[in-house]
Design a protein around this ligand. Structure first.
Ligand code: KIV
Ligand code: ZN
Length: 518
């Protein structure tokens, strides 16, 4: 039961966050993100927009069936077909919510919807009534509420509640509002909407002016009781309110807010890493709460102060948000038990990974690197999760580059029970390797994006390569992790090739079945 001071955390990483990524996530990746967010103990997680594509529908449905704990929510425009898709996708969830929305601002009504406020409100009312056939938990959003005159907003909100909406969300869709203005909007709704107590007020702020968290907190001070946010603040344009910042602001400044969330804050860091890794969205080093520098002190005066008393320059401890503090010395002599123990203390249950595969990769890495750190282990678990069912597998490669001669690469790939080898030249060893792979597979793709990131610290770090290949107007992401960036690049290319192959198989399967039934 809510005590009136509980603030609901509604995570929308897999909906508002995901829709801003360069390449959409695969179903397996979405489930992995959903599990990480569920471990935070959020109240609600919005995991997709089921009508938007069959793959989004399937991912929402799979998460609804497999992820337990939070209420699972899907987004739907105020349109019958959207709500039906949402209701069907969520059918397997223990607890489900349909989130429907329509714009309320004069700009959106005139230019986008070409409707009057009354017409849009009528459409919202019908949509909410329809959603109530699937669940009693219906959320309604007035899109672009931040630029809607307060009388118009009150008009729409009152009717939405009367139609059965149990949560009313007030989005600052374009991140235009200032904190005191946003607070005034929430106050005004509480004062002017006669049935407002029948619904929970929610805030959903975008970060175009860098004010998403400030606006959300201002909304809470004015009486809102749900914050919509994403991990690491990912989302449309400049992003959404960052979950970790909003949660920690409420926790650290409890003296001010007298409010609390049910978030397990010591899960924040791990979730942030998982989201950054899977979504290919690096976290800036100075990012509040989860950035690499968030807890490091550089100036001599600060270091001296922290050594004397931590609270001289620290308002929270790294452990409060789950930043790992002890790094066990893991080498090729460490056994399975130690690895399992370490993974357990990093929060991974045995069911989260295949020990045999992780351990085989671990030994290979330990041989190359000497010492394996926590972040290496986490990366191994992650790469094991996403790279199942390989059609193409790297057997070996050799690459040569020099300042005098053109680069060359030889790559051997196993598929269909055979190993095929090709050699090629290129502007650099990575390009040469990619050319060799294209010769082996007989397929050419456009590389839309290619990034290299270092995982770990110093010369010992692993190289992570992420690339996006385009095939038939569809984008496929591949990731590779190795001590050598050419190897990581080849792995990333092969990872994307495997996804392209899997997608072609699914397509073929559907086509055959359609022909059978049609
Ligand atoms: O920003 C926004 O207005 C949204 C709505 C769909 C809630 O994301
Ligand atoms: Zn949004």
């Amino acid at each position: 039961m809510d005590d009136g001071n509980k603030i609901w955390i509604f995570d929308t990483t897999l909906r508002d966050g995901e829709q801003a990524l360069k390449a959409s996530l695969t179903e397996v990746e979405k489930v992995a993100v959903a599990q990480a967010i569920a471990r935070l103990n959020v109240d609600v997680m919005e995991v997709g927009f089921p009508v938007s594509s069959p793959s989004d529908f399937n991912a929402v449905s799979r998460i609804a069936n497999e992820v337990h704990g939070p209420i699972i929510c899907g987004l739907a425009r105020a349109v019958k077909a959207d709500i039906d898709a949402c209701g069907n996708a969520l059918a397997g969830a223990e607890k489900r919510r349909i989130h429907t929305f329509i714009a309320s601002s004069p700009i959106h009504l005139k230019h986008k919807l070409r409707k009057t406020l009354a017409e849009a409100t009528e459409q919202a009312v019908e949509a909410i009534r329809h959603a109530r056939r699937y669940t009693t938990d219906v959320e309604f959003s007035c899109e672009d509420a931040g630029r809607t005159p307060i009388e118009d907003l009150c008009y729409m909100v009152e009717r939405a509640i009367a139609a059965g909406a149990t949560t009313i969300n007030i989005p600052d869709t374009v991140g235009y509002t200032l904190p005191h203005e946003f607070a005034e909007t929430i106050w005004a709704l509480k004062e002017k909407v006669p049935n407002i107590e029948e619904a929970r007020i929610s805030v959903h702020c975008h970060n175009d002016l860098g004010l998403a968290v400030a606006n959300s907190i201002a909304g809470i001070e004015a009486g809102a009781r749900q914050i919509e946010c994403t991990m690491n603040g990912i989302g449309e344009r400049a992003g959404n309110a960052a979950l970790e910042e909003a949660v920690m602001a409420l926790k650290i400044r409890q003296d001010k807010f007298k409010a609390h969330t049910q978030i397990k804050s010591d899960e924040i860091y791990r979730c942030s890493r998982t989201v950054s890794q899977i979504c290919r969205m690096p976290v800036q080093p100075n990012k509040a709460i989860v950035g690499e520098n968030a807890f490091s002190h550089s100036s001599g005066i600060h270091q001296d102060g922290v050594l004397k008393a931590e609270n001289t320059y620290e308002i929270m401890r790294p452990e409060d948000v789950g930043v790992p503090t002890n790094e066990l010395n893991l080498t090729s002599r460490s056994g399975r038990h130690v690895i399992q123990h370490r993974l357990h203390s990093l929060g991974y249950a045995k069911e989260d990974y295949d020990m045999e595969r992780v351990y085989a990769d671990y030994l290979e890495l330990a041989d190359k690197k000497g010492t394996v750190y926590d972040y290496d282990l986490e990366a191994l678990v992650f790469f094991n999760t996403i790279s199942q069912n390989k059609h193409y597998d790297l057997s070996y490669f050799q690459a040569n580059a020099s300042s005098e001669q053109v680069a060359t690469a030889t790559v051997a790939i196993e598929f269909d029970g055979q190993v095929q080898v090709e050699a090629a030249t290129g502007n650099g060893p990575v390009e040469a390797a990619f050319q060799a792979i294209e010769r082996i597979t007989g397929q050419t793709f456009t590389i839309i994006d290619y990034t290299i990131d270092s995982k770990g610290k110093g010369a010992d770090a692993l190289g992570q390569v992420d690339l996006i290949l385009e095939s038939d107007n569809q984008r496929f992401h591949g990731s590779g992790l190795a001590t050598d960036v050419v190897e990581a690049s080849i792995q990333a290319y092969i990872h994307a090739l495997n996804d392209i192959h899997r997608s072609a198989q699914i397509h073929q399967f559907k086509h055959q079945n359609l022909r059978k039934t049609g």
